[in-house]
Write a protein that binds this ligand. Structure first.
Ligand code: NAD
Length: 390
């Protein structure tokens, strides 16, 4: 069984260590911050205990199972030590290209030629990270979702120089860990972070233009079968985190208008109103983390919004479907994998192509997008692949 190395013991690194330990691997982990390593030990053990309870083990077996798995975990005091030992290294350090390049340069120099080097980056180019190595063929992206032990999806990112057998081996590995792998190209935002971008961006545009209140948008979206509305979601993940992803996509798409971040979000972040973690974002939160009410400026205006619930959901859903066609046309992933990724990674009740079929197929989608773009501008202009298919 492969020895798994993890670099970075923060939110994602801890989750990845836990998953690998659960599957019975030996895991060696390194973090520059000794405090993070100490906290990681506690969090990994807690995570294993929760898993054991969910597996329905009795009290004695729980201890035995947790101890058995936890014994597989070791700390390394350098990433060279991780690289020297591991068969597969998964990097989950901070989202910073220069830092990741430094890490991959070191991993490359300290590991054997067969070691698989994976990055958990959300938004950076895997190929740019691989530039720091002498052998970019053994570098790929393994994009886990947060919380990693719970979320089923992993985007397996094959960069232009990644060896095909490497992606196949990494796919087998995460499949053995109980994950569902989707294959994608090394394109900005991969599948979910890109195709789901209109879910929050369009919601912000609706509210910015007084089309509806944040509560109406969230309620309409939940009524349409989504697990959470876009504003509650942004508050949950952090408005700063969502904005960073939006900014990064906007830049990587050459400031393409349809990815332009919302000034409202920029302002909230500059005022450090980041969502639940600061007690206020779009909503205000009580001591138990429950939303009390919309923050004052987002309270329904005296004049009711001009959009019906149906129009709100339509704009958001058609935006997502259109982005899915862009991604398909750019060969980021197959239609089936895009559907699967949006269901598992973003909790959508139906994938975008499934939904396109539900509403009458590509021809109908294209006509509805044309009507929206005539009214609202080029962000709704049908994607090239949609024009071709329709
Ligand atoms: N949090 C998410 O929702 C999420 C989801 C998917 C992917 N990601 C990506 O995963 C990566 C990690 O994100 P996170 O949320 O776990 O961050 P985090 O801030 O919780 O943890 C990052 C850890 O990396 C450590 N670190 C920094 N420099 C290091 C170095 N040179 N060597 C070793 N360790 C180092 C830090 O001390 C910290 O403990 C990022 O690239 C992020 O974009 C995050």
């Amino acid at each position: 069984m492969e020895l798994i190395g993890v670099v970075g013991a923060g939110t994602m690194g801890v989750g990845i260590c836990q998953i690998a330990l659960e599957a019975g691997h030996e895991v060696v982990v390194h973090d520059v911050d000794p405090g993070a390593l100490e906290a990681a030990q506690v969090r990994i053990r807690d995570g294993l205990e929760r898993r054991a309870v969910r597996l329905g083990l009795d009290a004695d077996s729980i201890d035995q199972w947790v101890e058995g798995r936890f014994q597989g975990l070791r700390e390394a005091d350098s990433m060279d030590a991780v690289a020297a030992e591991a068969d597969v290294v998964i990097e989950a350090a901070l989202e910073d290209l220069e830092l990741k390049q430094t890490i991959f340069g070191r991993l490359d120099g300290s590991s054997g030629p067969e070691t698989i080097l994976a990055t958990n980056t959300s938004a950076l180019s895997v190929d740019a990270i691989a530039d720091a190595t002498t052998n970019p063929g053994r570098v790929l992206g393994l994009h886990f979702f947060n919380p990693a032990p719970v979320m089923k999806l992993v985007e397996v990112v094959t960069a232009p120089r990644t060896r095909a057998q490497l992606s196949a081996a990494a796919t087998r590995l995460v499949t053995n860990w109980g994950k569902t792998a989707v294959q994608c190209a090394d394109a900005p935002g991969f599948i979910v972070n890109r195709v789901n971008r209109p879910f929050t961006l369009e919601a912000l545009r609706i509210v910015d233009a007084d089309g509806a209140s944040i509560e109406q948008v969230d309620r309409a979206v939940v009524d349409a079968g989504f697990p959470m509305g876009p504003f509650a979601l942004m508050d949950l993940v952090g408005i700063d985190v969502n904005l960073a992803a939006a900014r990064s996509l906007y830049e990587r798409f050459g400031r393409e208008k349809r990815f332009e971040p919302s000034p409202t979000q920029e302002r909230l972040v500059s005022e450090e109103r980041l969502g639940r973690k600061t007690g206020a974002g779009f909503y205000r939160y009580g001591a138990d983390d429950r939303p009390i009410e919309p923050s004052e400026e987002f309270a329904p205006r005296t004049a009711a919004g001009s959009l019906s619930d149906e129009e709100v959901v339509d704009r958001i859903v058609l935006g997502v479907i259109n982005e899915a066609y862009y991604a398909l046309g750019e060969k980021v992933a197959s239609g089936d994998d895009i559907d699967l990724a949006l269901r598992l990674g973003a909790g959508h009740p139906r994938g975008p192509f499934e939904r396109a079929e539900d509403i009458g197929g590509p021809q109908v989608v294209r006509e509805r997008l044309l009507r929206l773009s005539a009214k609202l501008g080029p962000r709704f202009a049908p994607a090239p692949a949609l024009r071709a298919e329709a």
